[in-house]
Design a protein around this ligand. Structure first.
Ligand SMILES: CC(C)(COP(=O)(O)OP(=O)(O)OC[C@H]1O[C@@H](n2cnc3c(N)ncnc32)[C@H](O)[C@@H]1OP(=O)(O)O)[C@@H](O)C(=O)NCCC(=O)NCCS
Length: 322
């Protein structure tokens, strides 16, 4: 095998690496055809890669063999303090013809990232590529999050007796606000230990009061014996700040939120709410439904795959401490 040459990623690498990215996406779509066909085109991949490259403080590495590119990695920091002193390799930020080379690419790129003080590393990796995921695992990364998709198609779910789902009304605001807090409350605990922000009940009530009639969101509540015990929200995927670039299929609905009060969990309300959002997405004309979850959230990581969601991208994470 010819020698692998590694060097920092520069603008001169964009076009060649866009071809690698388009090839990666073509392979990804064999496993996950609901992803957008658009990025199989090298010009569309180039536009995404250029955006990634032009993100402030972006940097990375590229690998060549016999004069041809065999891989790249490109990351950039997010300004939110939520992620720590971070670097993110997003959905357009890596491709290789040889997964083992990703370890060399990371080694070079991470030298600069850590020199710059960016020690919290996140990588959004195509889920179908087990060898690539393994390469990242053998760099000390673990899975933090899953992005997933399913077709927008009705399923024959039978809502358990005593349980019903309907669209939310203004009268539901106090319970909707309480349910908003259940997600950060749950994810603050073991084993998720999420550092996500925990708003107040008053803030949640104020947001719902301003937003309950927003036609861009379909809000559902589940009732057990006439009492609201859960809620879920559907919207167009474009409203999400995640699922960007190659991870954003066209005409996709989004299961953006769901929560069930602790005492009512595990008896089918989450399934009924998720199904209501999927059925809404079908009626609204979406082709697919996207969602995501923390894989350490024992509840959502079990509930959503049971509703037919399959992984598209895995977000991997490594925290470097000295
Ligand atoms: C996630 C959540 C909305 C799911 O609602 P729920 O009412 O608890 O879920 P359900 O009882 O409908 O269960 C949904 C599916 O998960 C499965 N499931 C639930 N608990 C499970 C467990 N311990 N092990 C394996 N599967 C489990 C159920 O069997 C069901 O699948 P099935 O219908 O094929 O049997 C709810 O648990 C919750 O509010 N969690 C805290 C907030 C949160 O995590 N929100 C999601 C944000 S991404």
């Amino acid at each position: 095998m010819s020698r692998t040459e590694l060097r920092p990623f520069t603008a001169a690498d964009l076009a060649a690496c866009a071809t690698l990215l388009a090839d990666r996406h073509r392979r990804h779509r064999v496993a996950q055809p609901l992803l957008s066909a658009r990025f199989e085109d090298a010009a569309a991949a180039l536009a995404e890669l250029t955006t990634a490259y032009e993100t402030p403080d972006a940097s990375g590495a590229v690998a060549y063999r016999a004069g041809g590119p065999v891989g790249f990695v490109l990351g950039a920091p997010k300004p939110s303090p939520l992620w720590g002193p971070n670097i993110w390799v997003e959905a357009a930020g890596m491709a290789t013809t040889d997964p083992e080379v990703m370890r060399d690419l990371y080694a070079l790129a991470a030298t600069r990232w850590v020199d710059e003080g960016r020690t919290a590393h996140y990588a959004v990796v195509p889920a179908h590529d087990a060898e690539l995921v393994q390469a990242w695992f053998r760099l000390g990364f673990g899975q933090q999050h899953a992005h997933a998709i399913r077709p927008a198609a009705r399923s024959a779910t039978v809502t358990p007796a005593g349980l019903s789902v309907r669209r939310a009304t203004r009268a539901d605001i106090p319970l909707l606000a309480q349910l908003d807090l259940e997600l950060p409350l749950h994810q603050g605990q073991s084993p998720t230990f999420s550092a996500g922000p925990m708003g107040t009940l008053e803030e949640a009530v104020a947001e719902w009061t301003a937003d309950i009639d927003n036609p861009g969101y379909a809000t559902f509540v589940a009732e057990a014996d006439g009492q609201v015990i859960g809620s879920a929200i559907g919207c167009a995927l474009e409203k999400s700040s995640a699922h960007l670039s190659l991870a954003r299929p066209e005409h996709a609905g989004f299961l953006g939120f769901a929560a069930v009060l602790p005492h009512a969990r595990g008896v089918g309300a989450g399934r009924a709410l998720g199904t209501a959002v999927i059925d809404w997405a079908v009626s609204a004309g979406f082709d697919s439904v996207v969602t995501d979850w923390r894989v350490t959230n024992l509840l959502s990581s079990r509930a959503w795959p049971k509703l037919g969601f399959t992984d598209t991208f895995l977000r991997l994470h490594r925290l470097i401490r000295f």
